[in-house]
Design a protein around this ligand. Structure first.
Ligand code: ZN
Length: 329
């Protein structure tokens, strides 16, 4: 979702860091794939398994003078297909180790998905039947654009770990929000932020299932906001994000994001105050009437995130009806 305040852009990339933008079929546009060309040669977020992307990625490595077989390691900032989809293709052509945050393993290996629980959570959002039926079709299309690394090639990262990459030592930040086990890497004044901090849009607080929680899902936006002070305190000189240009001034970005989420939560509170109880789906149609197809899910997760904020503040209540209805407290 658009972020009103663009932070100052970084003019040049640090030494030995190279960027290629790889195409995706998603509204977010291309994904940034970063190459740290010193040993251990490291690729961060290799994009999707689609012919155009593979061609661009191969040309990019050619220009950088790196053979696919020479890639030592691949960091997957999170288990969304636009970031990890080419992993299996690289795994077949190299001995690279693949790193991801603990919490992303299931998404990357396509495991641990409880269909019944997913259906309950999604249908409680109030999504009409015809859209519910289209979800498995959309997921299959996306699965065809992904090749997964084997479990034996995957190494899980924890918050506070450190790793060598591209001739530097990086601190590993595993912070939930956009994805439960999202990884960012910091080294001195450099931060590779994946989708956790983006210069042009606010990261979507993706709906993630959690069978043990009361809501049946994580409170992605609430969790996300608790992580931001840490990144503001790092005050990196250059941030290399998962989408959009490199940028500076994380404290300013964090302030503008907090303002943005406050305004959006207040807006939703205003709607339920005026119009009475509503499902997440109904609210998403008011907020984001132009989203269609699978993109409806992006609007739903935005609304869910802000309702969670309001719920935590005691400003709304959520009924136990099916679907759940949200009302001003
Ligand atoms: Zn992304």
């Amino acid at each position: 979702m658009p972020n009103e305040a663009l932070t100052e852009l970084a003019r040049e990339l640090p030494d030995c860091v190279e960027l290629v933008e790889l195409p995706t079929p998603f509204p977010v546009g291309p994904v940034n794939c970063w190459l740290l060309a010193e040993r251990p040669i490291t690729v961060i977020d290799p994009g999707m398994y689609i012919p155009e992307s593979i061609r661009i990625f191969e040309d990019f490595l050619d220009r950088a003078g790196v053979a696919v077989a020479e890639i030592d390691q691949v960091v997957l900032t999170h288990g969304h297909p636009d970031h990890f989809g080419l992993s299996g293709w690289i795994a077949e052509r190299s001995a690279a180790t693949f790193f991801c945050g603990r919490g992303e393993e299931g998404k990357i290996l396509d495991r641990g998905w409880n269909e019944d629980h997913a259906r309950t959570v999604v249908s409680d959002l109030g999504i009409p039947e015809e859209i519910l039926l289209a979800i498995p079709v959309g997921l299959e299309m996306i699965r065809a654009m992904v090749r997964r690394p084997g479990q034996d090639r995957l190494e899980l990262l924890n918050d506070g770990d450190s790793r060598e990459a591209g001739g530097r030592s990086f601190d590993v930040h595993v912070t939930p929000g956009h994805a439960q086990g999202h990884v960012s890497l910091s080294s001195g004044d450099l931060l590779l932020s994946g989708d956790h901090l983006l210069p042009l849009i606010t990261p979507n607080p993706a709906i993630e299932l959690d069978e043990d929680s009361e809501l049946g899902r994580r409170r992605s936006l609430v969790e996300y906001l608790t992580t931001l002070d840490r990144f503001a305190a790092l005050a990196p000189e250059t941030v290399l994000p998962g989408h959009g240009p490199a940028f500076r001034d994380v404290p300013r970005l964090v302030r503008s994001m907090r303002d943005h989420h406050r305004r959006r939560a207040d807006h939703i509170h205003g709607i339920v105050s005026r119009h009475g109880p509503a499902s997440v789906y109904q609210l998403s149609r008011v907020m984001f009437p132009d989203l269609d197809g699978m993109n409806v899910m992006l609007g739903l997760s935005e609304v869910v995130g802000h309702l969670d904020l309001l719920l935590e503040e005691g400003a709304v209540v959520c009924s136990k009806d099916h679907p759940n209805l949200w009302a001003a407290a």
